[in-house]
Design a protein around this ligand. Sequence first.
Ligand SMILES: C[S@@+](CC[C@H](N)C(=O)[O-])C[C@H]1O[C@@H](n2cnc3c(N)ncnc32)[C@H](O)[C@@H]1O
Length: 251
Amino acid sequence: MLEPKFAQKMASDESLQKDAMTLFNRVCEYRYSYNFSWMGRPIIQFPQDMVAMQELIMEVKPDLIIETGIAHGGSLIMNASLLAMLDYCDAIESGELLDPAKPKRRVLGVDIDIREHNRAAIEAHPMSNRIDMIQGSSIAPEIIKQVFDYAKNYKRVLISLDSNHTHAHVLAELEAYAPLTSKDSYCVVFDTVVEDMPQSLFPDRPWGPGDNPKTAVWEYLKTHPEFEIDKTIQNKLLITVAPDGYLKRVK
Ligand SMILES: C[S@@+](CC[C@H](N)C(=O)[O-])C[C@H]1O[C@@H](n2cnc3c(N)ncnc32)[C@H](O)[C@@H]1O
């Protein structure tokens, strides 16, 4: 992604980075990422990363987004709505009639536990006709097979990993799903920021500094030169849950 003029300078301003991390840790004490919604569904994200996803989706123009970690469905609905905008833009450009009942671009979500009320709300949402959901562990072989079978019909695929945040789980997700990422598209690994946060913020979680999505990304990249960290994104966001998590497939 093109880097804005002052982003690199901002990224090398150590005292600003320190202040940003202090602010990040402080707001996490108040579960800041739970404050927002997208088209009426709660989304567990920082607004900065929501904007970054919008920029990536507009740049890559994927026809399929695969997400692990559905929760209340906010990110599924957000990604589906952005794909709807892409379908709308295609129709305007081509002059073809847009049939909302037959969306071209789709989102596939995987979650180990899709709560009934969340499933009902997602299925009742106007974006639901471009969303499919699979319940099961994202690293279970039978679930991985279902995702691969689904993805066969698509050309440009973007991946978003936001489920269990332990090193072992994210590394297994990367091994399983990153290969589906199309060239010049992204595999976005959320909550890599855990590595930079104090353990005290995760009293009841199996992840923390030393065991988290960022350590998994670093491990994965050792043997996968087809991916590079797109630092331009974290440089301009300043505050993000995914530092070193925006992985671009370069070959
Ligand atoms: C952080 S939330 C996802 C937030 C969502 N992407 C959003 O932006 O609103 C994490 C989700 O991962 C799911 N999860 C945990 N372990 C999982 C696993 N092994 N496989 C798939 N999903 C899992 C949880 O059930 C939970 O709904």
